[in-house]
Write a protein that binds this ligand. Structure first.
Ligand code: HEM
Length: 507
């Protein structure tokens, strides 16, 4: 990502003189929206043509956070000629969401997201219109509601049992030799289990054969997910969009979209070739609905589930385990709770999980530190904030969740993993407290909260109930590499490899 940014900056600078005049006039137009008298938010100084791009670094959320410490929780930066309003406080994020919810809450789309999501007939980028409302209600009724998520417990149970079984096999083969340690790649296993659960929930059957195929599909979903949140030269310099071919971005989009759409076409074809359709199948329910969805619409809605849910859930599992291994006191406490609740049972019921309060705090804390790094909105009309700032119509707003979740005014010891901060604190997942919103908030809040949380809780509870976990090669917890990628869904840069030690011979 860093190399691509440097390369992009050099290319942009090299043609900057040619475009200087045109871009200057565009800034002037943008900076005086409708002759409004209210002031724009503070801006860091910027360079001609590239604006503040050079200040973004390879870690844009961190860079924006640093800039906001100087320029305030609402600031205006320029990515090339395009203004971008950066929000770094929970208070302003909540105010903006409330104002936009009363109007027309939409997201700013990117060129890559348009390509991946078949022209934005999905829920994520579709405007706040009748289609969005009907599609959201349909997906909720058929897949994501509390009732539907509960009805999918057999699928979660089956896939999680397979994972536990696999770990047992691995550990039993090394059991004769106590000194022998076999480290497993949990990042890969979590991606596989999250993919298998989602695919089976949507298709009603397993599509992939074995872990390798699940991981391959999961990786494809992950790549597509990275792309939909990635901006390219054409987003900010439409006249320079040809540079996206030179930087390889256009090829990356093509190479990701082609197999992804092939997969979606195949699952729809498979479903349609059945002599007796499965009336419970999600695709069937979408096809039958009176909305009259086209194949392309259905593909977009399936992508909402896979792109919205698979990678983010796998990432949450990975970060939760990483933080617990790094924090042995929290690990011990949560394992004691889980083992106490499960007792002598041979299997964890989902109803058990609701009694595991500390586990829920652990997952919330992992999401605070490693959940999605940003939310995005676009202003449908001029938007005036209580601080006296005005954001003109059609502006992109970038809510830096990375900064909000590390705001020392909101969180004590913000950089530390302290699940206790969530005990009886009333921070739910609906973003109603104006402080904690890992799933977003308002009308465009994530519709997959229950779907995701039920999966993450069961996987983590099972990992911690039946196994103890150690770092391989005597690595000390404080030395565990916690480097993260800076996509919207932050992943661990290096895979999480841990040594499982079975604690109960059951199942
Ligand atoms: C740990 C897992 C997940 C996290 C952390 C997460 C987080 C988020 C966030 C922060 C947003 C933006 C909300 C906003 O702008 O206010 C979002 C939107 C969305 N998420 Fe999730 N999500 C997760 C799982 C899922 C799952 C399982 C699904 C579907 C099955 C899903 C589907 C969506 C969709 C469709 C949107 C766009 C909603 C709209 O604009 O109407 N997500 N998610």
């Amino acid at each position: 990502m860093e190399e691509a940014k440097i390369c992009l900056s050099i290319l942009i600078l090299s043609v900057s003189l040619v475009f200087l005049w045109a871009s200057r006039s565009s800034w002037v137009r943008r900076r005086r929206p409708g002759g409004s008298s209210s002031s724009p938010p503070p801006s860091p100084p910027r360079l001609p043509i590239i604006g503040n791009l050079h200040q973004m670094s390879s870690r844009p959320y961190q860079a924006m956070h640093e800039l906001s410490k100087k320029h305030g929780p609402l600031m205006l930066v320029y990515i090339g000629p395009q203004p971008l309003y950066i929000v770094s406080s929970a208070e302003i994020a909540t105010e903006i969401t409330r104002i936009l919810d009363a109007d027309n809450p939409v997201r700013a789309p990117f060129r890559s997201s348009q390509a991946v999501l078949s022209g934005h007939r999905d829920m994520i980028f579709t405007p706040y219109d009748r289609y969005w409302r009907d599609a959201r209600k349909l997906c909720n009724d058929e897949l994501l509601s509390h009732k539907r998520v509960q009805s999918l417990h057999d699928i979660r149970d089956e896939q999680v049992s397979k994972l536990v079984e696999k770990l047992r096999l691995i550990t039993s083969s090394s059991a004769s030799d106590l000194d022998k340690e076999v480290a497993v790649d949990l990042s890969r296993m979590f991606l596989s289990v999250a993919t298998s659960i989602d695919v089976k929930a949507v298709l009603g059957r397993e599509y992939e054969r074995g872990e390798d195929e699940s991981v391959a599909l999961g990786e494809l979903i992950r790549k597509a997910n990275e792309l939909i949140s990635e901006t390219c030269c054409g987003d900010y310099f439409p006249r320079l969009s040809w540079l996206d071919t030179l930087t390889g971005h256009a090829r990356k989009v093509k190479n990701t979209c082609a197999p992804l759409h092939e997969f979606l076409d195949k699952v729809i074809d498979d479903h349609e070739s059945r002599s007796v359709p499965d009336a419970h199948n999600f695709i069937y329910r979408l096809q039958q609905h009176t909305m009259g969805l086209t194949r392309s619409d259905i593909k977009s809605l399936l992508l909402d589930v896979f792109l919205g849910g698979t990678d983010s859930s796998a990432g949450t599992m990975e970060w939760t385990m990483a933080e617990l291994v790094k924090n042995p006191t929290a690990m011990k406490k949560v394992q004691e709770e889980i083992r106490r609740v499960v007792g002598d049972k041979r299997k964890i019921d989902e109803s058990d999980v609701s009694q595991m309060e500390y586990l829920q705090c652990v997952i919330k804390e992992a999401l605070r530190l490693h959940g999605p790094s940003a939310m995005n909105r676009k202003t449908p009309s001029d938007t005036r904030l209580s601080g006296g700032f005005e954001i003109p119509a059609d502006s992109s707003i970038f809510i830096n969740l990375w900064a909000v979740n590390r705001d020392p005014a909101l969180w004590e010891r913000p950089l530390e993993f302290v699940p206790e901060r969530f005990v009886n604190a009333g921070h739910g997942y609906k973003g109603l407290d104006g402080k904690y919103f890992p799933f977003g908030m308002g009308k465009r809040i994530c519709p997959g909260v229950r779907f995701a949380v039920s999966k993450v809780e069961l996987v983590i509870a099972s990992m911690l109930c039946w196994f103890d976990w150690e770092l391989p090669g005597g690595t000390a917890p404080e030395d565990l590499d916690m480097g993260q990628t800076f996509a919207i869904v932050a992943r661990k840069e290096s895979p999480l490899c841990l040594v499982p030690r079975p604690v109960k011979a059951v199942c």
